[in-house]
Design a binder for this molecule. Structure first.
Ligand code: MG
Length: 272
């Protein structure tokens, strides 16, 4: 009896030490990681040509975030007025001194949404990889759908345009040439969290790039850092952000729709 109690005690202690140590090791590993640890180059998504009609007008219930003139729905992350350039109905990243990576964000916060926008890479052909036409769409300020020149511009596939940054590569590459407009039509289900902060359900995203599904209800694994693995930290609705990554990427026709799937009718609620 005593022996079995002792052996059970030793077993439980061993478990505690093992899991305690492994979580410490994990934390240290995250700190010791370098960017390359989360960059993968194969398999390269097949290059395809999209159809011709790749642009969408907003439906009547869309919130127009940028109509070609007005940036009143946006602010800097410090709450200041946005100073990106607007010319001929086109919004272009102001790279400033070209040294800092910054973002602009919507004043409004969002949960589940359909987001549509059009973007264009600059003709910076002397730039390579992540340095060519880099911007990004940060859903809820945390989950980046990468914007990058993907035309004959090799980079890690989970960091190319259409990727969930440092997570999931696009299914195919329907990129246009730099200097040509592209469209993203994104539907996003925000992650949900329990009251104790633990993850209830991960975020999910479908991305249609130039009319082509390239993320098909992809599970988001956590935030999208440059260094380290994705992690979730509980949060509520949050602003949409666009990235200034020292590339003069342009945007136009940006609109968003709230998706209220909580109150969507389903027969499943009436089935026993
Ligand atoms: Mg980016």
């Amino acid at each position: 009896m005593l022996e079995s109690l002792i052996s059970r005690y030793i077993f439980v202690c061993t478990l505690i030490i093992f899991f305690g140590l492994s979580s410490i090791t994990y934390a240290q590993n995250q700190e010791d990681m370098i960017p390359e640890d989360t960059e993968f180059y194969e398999p390269v998504p097949t290059v395809i040509e999209s159809g011709e009609n790749i642009f969408l007008d907003p439906p009547t219930d869309a919130i127009i975030l940028f109509d070609g003139t007005d940036m009143s729905k946006w602010e800097t992350t410090n709450g200041d007025e946005v100073t990106w350039n607007i010319e001929d109905g086109v919004l272009t990243v102001d790279i400033g001194d070209g040294l800092t990576i910054e973002r602009i964000q919507t004043k409004e916060s969002f949960g589940d949404v359909q987001l549509y926008l059009e973007w264009r890479s600059p003709m910076n052909m002397d730039h390579k990889g992540q340095d060519r036409g880099n911007s990004g769409v940060f859903l809820q300020s945390l989950y980046e759908v990468q914007v990058l020149d993907a035309y004959e511009n090799p980079t890690y596939i989970n960091g190319m345009a259409g990727s969930i940054y440092k997570q999931t590569a696009p299914l195919v590459n329907p990129s246009n040439k730099p200097g040509e407009w592209e469209s993203y039509n994104i539907s996003f289900k925000a992650p949900k969290f329990n009251d104790d902060g633990s993850l209830k359900s991960p975020g999910q995203v479908t991305v249609i790039w130039n009319g082509v599904v390239i993320q098909n209800n992809t599970k988001i694994l956590g935030h999208t850092p440059f260094i380290g693995f994705p992690e979730y930290n509980a949060h509520g609705e949050a602003p949409l952000q666009l990235q200034d990554h020292n590339s003069e990427v342009s945007f136009r026709n940006i609109w968003i729709r709230r998706l209220d799937s909580e109150n969507q009718f389903s027969i499943k609620d009436h089935m026993d």
